[in-house]
Design a protein around this ligand. Structure first.
Ligand code: ADP
Ligand code: MG
Length: 546
């Protein structure tokens, strides 16, 4: 599966030279692939989960505990395994957390399905049972959710998402930054995560991270003669080149005598000067230009005391609009004072190895930056992933205003509810619903295993504790079953909702496949050129499947 060093370590699932599998063989192989994948990331679940070190063919490494990152970096070719990768990606897009949970539930659903297939239960019946169970699970989930989106809850949600990740040590201060950031960019009850920009800078510890009441742009001044700092900034955002097109490549002009050449150059100079004058006239003292700026223009801008940045990124321009209230202007002729944005100060500052432009003290900015510090690149990157998870869960909580209590509590409660529900169903579908109920227990079971606890004891304790309270879960730090509401382990409802739904859908889809045919030619050459995201098909001749 994961190919270390780009060679030789694939797990061979299908024999070489085979190009078709039907019926049970196809199912068995697909289930196996899904199970292996889930098993691989299972050890990372929960605060006591382990990390994975991923090594690519160039020897670059990523050390992470983040399910979707592991799956993204792994070299996966098996079609069924890829469907589980899709589950993780959907989870990441929809919620930003719960990726490991989603995949291990899917893996467990497949495992239980295998047992049912052994009992000669038709895959269609299993798929139907799973669908019924998933729907019932959503209904049960509503019943155990709490309505909350206050600051205290948001803090708990953020901290739960960061527990056990690289950010552990600075968890509280980082959670504070995340909550503040998400609340700041909220607009009409919705949060666009793109409006929170994380600027990762190594060379200090995570608790030295801070929020900028505005935007940090990873650029320096376009010219050293420009002011380093502007107070009461009036900011122009321009998507228009302040240069005259390069004549050598773009046009041919026929000059018949030297005076024409001079006239031409004068004209060019004048055009540049006019453009700069447009900017000065607008009243701007800061300029972010998405395109290039001519040297001569830089000179004039410097003389006018304007701090300018050239070739700014599109995403930064969008955030600058949101933060400063400026209007992006696409034709310099249209630039007026109305288009300018405002910030208390704009300045250039060097932190560690990076020179950055700070656009700070914005009035009610709807886009902001977080300066994230980490001692080394790998540390900073892993903290960034944890921070992104935290942003995801805080945003989901603020949008939905619904949370559940974690630590395996919801899974046990849903499992219990589904078991009761199964009894009301007649026929063989009942067995599939019961299998679904059992499959959900993989979450607390794994939390226990990863914490070095006996998983059977833990499940038994949890089940009996749920006779009295729905919030009883496994506190992996105490190593015992306790009220997780008291422990402050809180997650957005959306994490569980999405995890259960996409896990069930993927399992169902995999179960319905009874024929795998190597598609002609298109996948010759195996996995290397295959985009992980696409479902693709099977490698020609179907040799190594993972
Ligand atoms: P995922 O990628 O699914 O989010 P995580 O590694 O973040 O995986 O683990 C999430 C699980 O850990 C959730 O079930 C959550 O309830 C649980 N969890 C978080 N904090 C605690 C805790 N202190 N004790 C027990 N379980 C916890
Ligand atoms: Mg998580």
């Amino acid at each position: 599966m994961a190919q270390l060093g780009g060679q030789g370590q694939q797990i061979l699932i299908l024999p070489e030279g085979t190009d078709r599998f039907m019926g049970r063989d196809a199912q068995r192989l697909n289930i196996l692939a899904g199970k292996i994948l889930a098993e691989t990331i299972r050890t990372t679940l929960g605060p006591k989960g382990m990390d994975k070190m991923l090594v690519d063919s160039l020897g670059d490494i990523v050390v992470t505990n983040d399910g979707v990152t592991i799956l993204r970096e792994m070299d996966i070719a098996h079609p069924a395994a890829k469907m589980l990768v899709e589950v993780a990606k959907t989870q990441e897009d929809e919620v930003g957390d719960g990726t490991t949970t989603a995949v291990i539930i899917a893996g467990e659903l497949l495992k239980k399905a295998e047992d049912l297939l052994e009992m000669d239960i038709h895959p269609t019946i299993i798929a139907m049972g799973y669908r019924t169970a998933a729907m019932k699970a959503q209904e049960l989930l509503e019943g155990i959710s709490l309505e909350a989106s206050d600051k205290d809850t948001l803090m708990k949600v953020a901290m739960t998402a960061m527990t056990g990740k690289g950010s552990e040590k600075a968890k509280e201060s980082l959670a504070q930054l995340v909550v503040e950031a998400v609340m700041q960019v909220e607009e009409d009850g919705e949060i666009d995560k793109d409006n929170i920009n994380i600027q990762r800078i190594q060379g200090a510890t995570a608790d030295e991270s801070k929020i900028v009441n505005g935007i940090v742009v990873d650029k320096s001044r376009a010219d050293n003669a420009m002011p380093k700092k502007i107070e009461n900034a009036k900011i122009a955002l321009l998507k228009y080149p302040i240069e005259v097109k390069d004549l050598e490549t773009d046009a041919k002009i026929k000059l018949t005598d030297p005076s024409q050449m001079q006239a031409f150059l004068d004209n060019e100079e004048q055009m540049i000067k006019d453009m700069v004058q447009k900017i000065i006239d607008s009243g701007a003292n800061v300029l972010f230009c998405q395109k290039g700026i001519d040297d001569l223009a830089l000179h004039h801008l410097s003389r006018a005391g304007i701090l300018a940045v050239k070739r700014a990124k599109k995403s930064d321009m969008t955030r600058l609009e949101k933060a400063t209230g400026a209007q992006l202007v696409t034709n310099i002729e249209d630039l007026t004072a109305e288009d300018l944005g405002e910030a208390g100060q704009v300045y250039e500052k060097k932190i560690f190895d990076d020179v950055l432009i700070f656009v700070e003290e914005c009035k009610d900015p709807k886009a902001i930056s977080i300066i994230l510090r980490g001692s080394t690149r790998h540390v900073a990157e892993e903290i960034e992933r944890a921070l992104e998870d935290a942003i995801g869960v805080v945003a989901a909580t603020l949008e939905d205003k619904k949370v559940v209590i974690g630590g395996g509590a919801p899974e046990i409660e849903l499992s219990k509810g589904l078991r009761n529900f199964a009894d009301s169903i007649s026929g063989r579908e009942q067995l599939a619903v019961a299998a679904f109920a059992e499959a959900l227990e993989i979450v607390p079971k794994t939390l226990a295993e990863n914490a070095g606890l006996d998983s059977i004891d833990a499940l038994v304790d949890l089940r009996s504790a749920h006779e009295t309270s729905v919030y009883m879960g496994l506190d992996v730090f105490l190593g015992e079953v306790t009220d997780m509401k008291e422990s402050g382990v809180v997650e957005p409802q959306r994490v569980k909702k999405q995890a259960i739904q996409s896990a069930a859908e993927a399992a169902e889809m995999i179960l319905r496949i009874d024929d795998m045919i190597a598609a002609s030619g298109a996948f010759e050459g195996g996995s290397d050129d295959m985009d992980m995201g696409g479902m693709g098909g099977m490698p020609g001749g179907m040799p190594p499947m993972m």
